[in-house]
Design a protein around this ligand. Structure first.
Ligand SMILES: *[C@@H]1O[C@H](CO)[C@@H](O)[C@H](O)[C@H]1NC(C)=O
Ligand SMILES: *[C@@H]1O[C@H](CO)[C@@H](O)[C@H](O)[C@H]1NC(C)=O
Ligand SMILES: *[C@@H]1O[C@H](CO)[C@@H](O)[C@H](O)[C@H]1NC(C)=O
Length: 320
C-alpha cells in the first residue's frame, strides 16, 4: 500500500514537472530593454556597447534584483538569467551583403564553400571589442555567469572563445555545445556543421558530447526547417537550461534561433504579421534581427503555480 502511494506521489511530481515546462515567461523588471515584437525593427534601440543593459542600470543592480527573486521565491516560480549573444560577422554575412539577400538565398548560400562559415576579419575585430566590454563588465561591474551553452557552429564558438575569454578560461564555468542552439536547419551551407571530431580539435575547452552524433545528420540541401519546428527546438533550449542547476547562463548563438527561443517567453506577439500559430497559441512573426555581438539579456520565469490546482487534484485521486 505504501509502495502504491509512493509511486503515485512520484507520478504526480513527474506530471507537475512535465506540465511546468510549458510555462516560461519573461519577467519584466525594467533592467533590460523591453523587446517590441510587434515591430520587426531592431528590438532594443540601445547601443551594443551597453551589453544589453538600459542606461543607468548596472550588473550590480541586476545581481541584487535577481538574487531577490531566486532567494525568496514568492510562489514557486523559478528564475534564470539568460544572456542571448549573437555571433559577430561571418564570411556568409559578408557574402549576403555583397550579393544581396535574394541572390544569396537562391544561389550563393547553396555553395559548399560556406560550410560552417567562420568569422570574417571584421568579425574577429568585433569579437575582440566584445572581449573588452566583457572584461570590463566581469571585473568592474560584477557580471556573473555560471554556464556557457553554445551553438555547435564555428562562428558562435569563435565569438565566444574570443569575446568571452574571461569566462572561457575559467575552469569552473562549464562550456557545453548543444545541437538545439544551432541556426535554422537546412539548405544554406553556412548552417551545416562540422563533425564532432573536427569541432573538438578546434575548440578543446568545449564539451561536445551532447551533439546527437559525430557527423551532421540534421542538415539536408533541399529542406529548410519550418518556423514551427524551430520554435519547438527553441523551447528545448529553455528546457535544457532549466534541467541544470546553474542560474546565470550565456547562450552564444544566432539570430534565427534566438528569435525562436524568445518566442516562447510570452512577449507581445503581433497577430497582424505573418500570424502563424505556434503551440500555446503564440503568434509568430519573422522577428527582429540582432546586430553582430549584440547581447539580449532576459530574466526568465518558469511558473509552477498555475499548475497547482491540477497537481492537487491528481494528488487527491491518487491518495484514494
Ligand atoms: C511596437 O511597435 C509597433 C509597430 O512598430 C508600434 O505600433 C507600437 O507602438 C510599439 N509598442 C511599444 C510598446 O513601443
Ligand atoms: C571530420 O571532418 C574533417 C574535416 O572536414 C575530416 O577531415 C575528417 O575526416 C572527419 N572525421 C571523422 C571522424 O568523420
Ligand atoms: C509569481 O510571482 C511573481 C513575482 O511576484 C509574479 O510576477 C508572477 O505573476 C507570479 N506568478 C504566478 C503564476 O502567480
Amino acid at each position: 500500500m505504501h509502495l502504491i502511494k509512493l509511486l503515485s506521489l512520484i507520478t504526480v511530481l513527474l506530471v507537475c514537472i512535465i506540465n511546468a515546462q510549458c510555462n516560461y515567461r519573461h519577467a519584466e523588471l525594467g533592467l533590460f530593454p523591453s523587446v517590441n515584437f510587434s515591430s520587426t525593427s531592431h528590438p532594443s534601440q540601445i547601443p551594443i556597447e551597453n551589453n544589453g543593459l538600459l542606461d543607468g542600470v548596472t550588473w550590480n543592480r541586476v545581481n541584487s534584483e535577481f538574487e531577490k527573486l531566486t532567494n525568496e521565491p514568492v510562489n514557486g516560480s523559478e528564475y534564470k538569467l539568460i544572456l542571448f549573444l549573437r555571433h559577430s560577422e561571418g564570411w556568409h554575412n559578408v557574402a549576403e551583403r555583397k550579393y544581396g539577400s535574394k541572390y544569396w538565398n537562391d544561389v550563393e548560400s547553396k555553395k559548399p564553400q560556406y560550410l560552417d562559415s567562420t568569422l570574417s576579419d571584421d568579425g574577429i575585430v568585433q569579437a575582440q571589442q566584445l572581449q573588452q566590454r566583457i572584461i570590463k563588465d566581469v571585473t568592474q561591474n560584477k557580471l556573473r555567469i555560471d554556464l556557457i551553452l553554445c551553438s555547435p557552429f564555428s562562428r558562435a564558438l569563435q565569438t565566444a572563445e574570443i569575446g568571452l575569454v574571461h569566462l572561457w578560461s575559467n575552469h569552473r564555468i562549464p562550456k557545453i555545445s548543444i545541437e538545439e542552439a544551432r541556426e535554422s536547419i537546412g539548405v544554406h551551407y553556412c548552417d551545416k556543421r562540422h563533425n564532432r571530431t573536427y569541432l573538438t580539435s578546434k575548440f578543446p575547452k568545449v564539451d561536445f558530447k551532447r551533439l546527437i552524433s559525430n557527423e551532421e545528420t540534421l542538415w539536408t540541401p533541399d529542406v529548410r526547417e519550418s518556423d514551427q519546428d524551430e520554435f519547438i527546438r527553441g523551447r528545448k533550449v529553455l528546457d535544457l537550461i532549466y534541467n541544470r542547476r546553474e542560474k546565470r547562463v550565456i547562450v552564444p548563438a544566432h539570430g534565427g534561433i534566438i528569435n525562436a527561443i524568445t518566442a516562447s517567453l510570452g512577449y507581445a506577439w503581433n497577430e497582424g504579421a505573418s500570424g502563424k500559430t505556434l503551440p500555446g497559441d503564440i503568434k509568430f512573426i519573422s522577428g527582429f534581427s540582432m546586430m553582430n555581438t549584440e547581447i539580449l539579456p532576459v530574466i526568465v520565469r518558469r511558473d509552477l503555480k498555475s499548475f497547482d490546482s491540477q497537481c492537487t487534484l491528481i494528488f487527491f485521486f491518487s491518495c484514494l
